[in-house]
Design a protein around this ligand. Sequence first.
Ligand SMILES: Cc1cc2nc3c(=O)[nH]c(=O)nc-3n(C[C@H](O)[C@H](O)[C@H](O)COP(=O)(O)OP(=O)(O)OC[C@H]3O[C@@H](n4cnc5c(N)ncnc54)[C@H](O)[C@@H]3O)c2cc1C
Length: 413
Amino acid sequence: MAARPASLMPHDFAVVGSGVVGATLACLLVDAGASVVLIDGVARHPARDEPYDLRTYSLTPASRRILSAIGAWQRLDQARITAYHGMHVWDAQRRGAIDFDAADNGRPELGYIVELSNLQQALEGALHARRQLTMQPGLVETLLPAPEGISLQLGSGRGVTARVIAACDGGDSALRGLVGIDVEAREYAQQAVVANVRTAEPHGHVARQRFLADGPLAFLPLPDPHWCSVIWSTREDHAAHAVGQDDAGFCHALAAAFEHTLGEVLSTSRRLRFPLRWRHARQYSAERVVLVGDAAHLMHPLAGQGMNVGLLDAAVLAECADRAGPAALRYPRALLQRYERRRRGEVLMMLEATDRLSRLFTADNPALGWLRSAGLDLTNRLPPVKRLLMSHAMGDAGDLPEIARPARDAVPL
Ligand SMILES: Cc1cc2nc3c(=O)[nH]c(=O)nc-3n(C[C@H](O)[C@H](O)[C@H](O)COP(=O)(O)OP(=O)(O)OC[C@H]3O[C@@H](n4cnc5c(N)ncnc54)[C@H](O)[C@@H]3O)c2cc1C
């Protein structure tokens, strides 16, 4: 990509937002030879004051490959990653259930539970290892046209110019608003309560999710065999109650809601709650600004896919930029459209799948209830359909960027 001899030259890319998606994109673009400035106004890793972070993520093998390609996976504290090989999902209102086993796809694991602070520290190491990368603290407040690019005005009064701006500034993306990109929005009358809990029975490295009438309740395995990360999507009033409730009351209610599948819940961390929203940008780019990660799409966390999808966005954008070469950045419209063509359908499929699943399981229509339970049981007895679902959930299917593709020794579908 373009050499950048003079300080007056615009950067090839300004990546705005150094969350997991923005930090990964910045590394990938630097590796593709681009001059990159990474802008964020927030200090990255919070101090850990409990045995495990309250923010944990289920990452797919595809995300692992992307993070490995930038040297971040290798920097993770490996003792704090939990690989899980099985998944059990069941319907609380009927008896339908489905089980997934990584071995059915010829894999040792389905995914990994990783704490946010572990990810942030690893990414920070990967960013600092790239000496060509410019880090600029500050919040972007305004965009101004500039010769051969766009100038970003930061709250600090500083300005940064780049040919392409990658907006990785999250679900409430200010940049998306600044360039006038509208979103399609759907609401869930739900919030997610997150907590880490100790259970009487060991989790056995299996991720479990029970679909209740008010929303799904997931127990995800942590490194200690008796600790799980809980994500309980539920009515807003119930979420407020669960967060404010005393620990004993919460443990009791949680164990009952989970049918005592892992026995009693013996202790809990404090609880946090997050609003759940569905958003999809009507276009992924305007002018020289391109949306990546949550800035382009927000989805229900029931399938644990938001960050995984964002990492695939980052890898595809970096691949498109690398293939197009430096000249493409002078007039980047074609490059940004290519990115959107490759991502939009894939993202929409995941957005629709998670939205429909969420609505299907909260519907109280008896016919739908029968259908979803029968559907779960039937799918459970159809290994090819299960393998297909699993390969999507593992990020192994679809139009994958080169660095995210599964190894050739994987079992073909
Ligand atoms: C309860 C819950 C559970 C989830 N579990 C999973 C899971 O298991 N697996 C999964 O894949 N996904 C999961 N997700 C989704 C996941 O959290 C998001 O998809 C992911 O964090 C998005 O990352 P991002 O980098 O795009 O955005 P963010 O993490 O929101 O980062 C945005 C960054 O932009 C910066 N920023 C914002 N505005 C500006 C500005 N004006 N100027 C400069 N910088 C700015 C912010 O400081 C921040 O650092 C879950 C979500 C929820 C709510």
